[in-house]
Write a protein that binds this ligand. Structure first.
Ligand code: 48N
Length: 325
């Protein structure tokens, strides 16, 4: 439900008057209104810039439009059906498949970076083209990303710029009404429950704004927030400042006996192992993408992304299996 339209007498609102909370705003037209005619298309504006004028605004309208929605989302997703940790190529592929298959499920994506996408904005060594080995081209056709083939019998396809894949999957995911991306937000811990057999089940995530998470050593008392959810999918990438978060946390809380540690680069071994190995590693938590290499001791694959997309497909399937059990 969108917030109530606010009505304000723009003329009376100079900087000296303190607006009352009961202030009303005129129904601002849906398109910028200039001195004489509405400008409903950018063609309408061509050549008329002297007469151009944005619809009037009060700064508090902008603030309220942002903050109301953010806090409404925090309230709505405090109880989520599925939480995906990490909006890299695997996490975004997971979110796409899940949101499309189950529009009834509330899906929260928690991404530590301001910019989602993880390592998928470039193909490798800062080169722009992204390689996906067949049959991952099926995922590109599913989301409508054009690609080239180096010869009709090639065993891979090339997306001309990795950002074309990542921006497309990000755009698709963000357009689903049942998905909320909380970027610049870090999962700092996992919510646990006894599983009744002396072990634990994961039941949600513990979050903080990333800039807060980065300053726990020099600021005190910055407790986190929480999101409850019966299914968590962790795709936080291979080891690094933020990488493999859930795998390392499960090890430190004794829920995993050990980590295999990512092995050397072998494209053939790595991509099959990551896709086929994507699974629920402890009750309630599925791991996919390169985080899984740290759990299983799988090889890394280097600059090829088909396993990320298809690990996401498998992670979504695993999540729906748990959800529907
Ligand atoms: O892109 P990544 O790092 O991870 P994946 O698994 O989606 O894709 C991996 C892929 O980019 C490769 O590494 C390629 C194929 N190279 C392989 C190789 O051999 O080198 O995305 C993980 C995302 C990032 O955006 C992080 O910011 C985010 O997860 N993240 C977190 N978000 C929230 N809370 C956290 N604790 C957290 N940790 C990481």
């Amino acid at each position: 439900m969108s917030p109530p339209a606010l009505m304000m007498d723009v003329q009376s609102n100079d900087s000296t008057t303190i607006p009352t909370t009961k202030m009303t705003l005129p129904q601002v037209n849906s398109v910028p209104v200039n001195g004489t005619t509405k400008m409903e298309t950018i063609d309408d504006m061509a050549g008329k810039w002297n007469d151009f004028k944005f619809a009037p605004i009060r700064e508090s309208q902008v603030s309220r439009a942002m903050t109301r929605r953010y806090y409404a989302d925090l309230d709505k997703y405090a109880e989520s059906d599925i939480v995906i940790v990490g909006a890299g190529s695997c996490g975004l592929s997971t979110a796409y498949v899940l949101a499309k298959a189950r529009p009834d499920l509330k899906i929260a994506i928690i991404e530590a970076g301001v910019a989602p996408g993880g390592g998928a904005w470039l193909g490798g060594q800062l080169f722009s083209a992204m390689i996906m080995r067949k049959p991952a081209d099926a995922f590109l056709r599913e989301i409508g990303v054009p690609y080239e083939e180096d010869g009709s019998d090639s065993n891979y396809v090339v997306v001309k710029h990795a950002a074309l894949f990542t921006s497309t999957i990000l755009s698709k995911v963000l357009q689903f009404p049942n998905v909320k991306l909380f970027n610049a937000t870090t999962v700092e811990d996992l919510i646990t429950r006894p599983d009744g057999n002396g072990g634990i089940r994961i039941a949600g995530v513990v979050t903080n704004w990333t800039l807060v998470s980065m300053h726990h050593d020099d600021q005190s008392c910055m407790d986190p927030n929480t999101i409850n959810a019966p299914v968590i999918i962790s795709t936080t990438g291979h080891d690094g400042p933020f990488g493999a978060f859930s795998a390392k946390r499960l090890l430190s809380m004794g829920a995993l006996a050990s980590l295999g540690g990512m092995r050397g680069l072998d494209m053939n071994l790595a991509e099959d192992a990551i896709v086929k190995g994507t699974r629920e590693i402890v009750p309630g938590l599925i791991t996919g993408g390169m985080e899984l290499s740290e759990v299983d001791g799988a090889n890394r694959m280097g600059p090829t992304f088909g396993a990320m997309a298809l690990s996401g497909v498998k992670a979504a399937e695993e999540a729906l299996r748990i959800w529907e059990d």
